[in-house]
Design a protein around this ligand. Structure first.
Ligand SMILES: [Zn+2]
Ligand SMILES: [Zn+2]
Ligand SMILES: [Zn+2]
Length: 118
């Protein structure tokens, strides 16, 4: 499935790209730093380069966040909100509670994630 996504865009399939895309199947957003931390064998420059390539090919998209580092998530997700953990900075995708607001909006709130809340 991930391989398909890469092939669909005519991108060369590398193990780094596969590993990065696999992370994006989780319901959360990732910064380059977080990806770098998770994938010890992939260096930072490679992560940055691939994130840019993925963004250009609309495989992933940048999300609006108040964190200083840009966070990305899989492109084309339906509208939802983000919950940022103040401790580990994990950004989770959560249902948007503002059902009656039709105007374009981005909602971000802060709450300890499951792991930090233990
Ligand atoms: Zn956390
Ligand atoms: Zn999201
Ligand atoms: Zn909403």
């Amino acid at each position: 499935m991930i391989q398909e996504k890469i092939r669909e865009r005519g991108l060369k399939q590398t193990s780094a790209r596969e590993k990065i895309l696999e992370l994006f199947l989780e319901k959360r957003a990732w910064t380059a730093g977080q990806i770098n931390q998770r994938l010890c064998g992939v260096n930072r420059a490679t992560v940055f380069r691939n994130l840019r390539t993925f963004e250009k090919n609309e495989v992933i998209q940048a999300i609006h966040s108040h964190e200083s580092e840009t966070a990305y998530e899989l492109a084309g997700r339906t509208h939802h909100a983000h919950c940022v953990c103040p401790k580990c900075k994990t950004i989770c995708c959560v249902p948007c509670p503002l059902k009656n607001i039709k105007k374009n909006h981005n909602l971000e709130f802060f709450n300890l994630c499951e792991l930090c809340n233990k």
